[in-house]
Design a protein around this ligand. Structure first.
Ligand code: ADP
Ligand code: MG
Length: 170
């Protein structure tokens, strides 16, 4: 059995999608083993997302790739733009209450990521949570100067699961 950390972001909570998300995870055989609703403190939000150079570089690169696809460029280097996106992300997750949970099950992270879909709701397949409940994209978010609002966060490796779980649960 493996675990995965999930955070239903402010838009997901405000829109009343907590039950919908939990239902989809449970239907796929994942068990909720911990869950709490709270408003994040700045310190918690800061711990939630990495701030190392590699992570910022990837975030900046992902933004650049999305903008290049529509023939636009981001002038900042990847790390500088990554820092900007991370700040947008902080503002987003701090904006109103979130629901944190840990799911347990066979291949929990792979299963959860499949159910959630990719970052851009606009491109996510119908049937995934982001595909069914978000039409936002990195391109739109970039031009608005804010985070891409995509209902929920899913941890992406074992270390991230462990670190993020520790922020919310004993
Ligand atoms: P995911 O949540 O799909 O694993 P990332 O880990 O790359 O995506 O990014 C974390 C979150 O930051 C995303 O879910 C999204 O809300 C936001 N985000 C990522 N890249 C951008 C960007 N270039 N512009 C605005 N928001 C972004
Ligand atoms: Mg991620």
């Amino acid at each position: 059995m493996a675990k995965v950390f999930i955070l239903i972001k402010p838009d997901g909570v405000k829109r009343g999608l907590v039950g919908e998300c939990v239902n989809r995870f449970e239907n796929a055989g994942l068990k909720v083993v911990a869950m709490r609703m709270l408003k994040l403190s700045e310190a918690m939000a800061d711990k939630l997302y990495p701030s190392d150079k590699q992570w910022l570089e990837n975030l900046g690169m992902k933004a650049k790739e999305s903008m290049n696809k529509i023939g636009k460029d981001i002038k900042d280097d990847n790390v500088s733009h990554g820092k900007k996106v991370r700040q947008w992300l902080m503002d987003y997750v701090l904006s109103s209450p979130v629901v944190a949970m840990v799911l347990d099950g066979n291949d929990a992270m792979t299963v959860a990521r499949k159910l959630v879909g990719p970052t851009d709701g606009a491109a996510a397949s119908a049937g995934t949570i982001r595909g069914d409940f978000s039409s936002d994209s990195i391109v739109t978010a970039t031009s608005d100067g804010r985070a891409n609002m995509n209902v929920l966060h899913v941890s992406s490796d074992e270390k991230e699961t462990e670190n993020q779980t520790k922020i919310f649960f004993d």
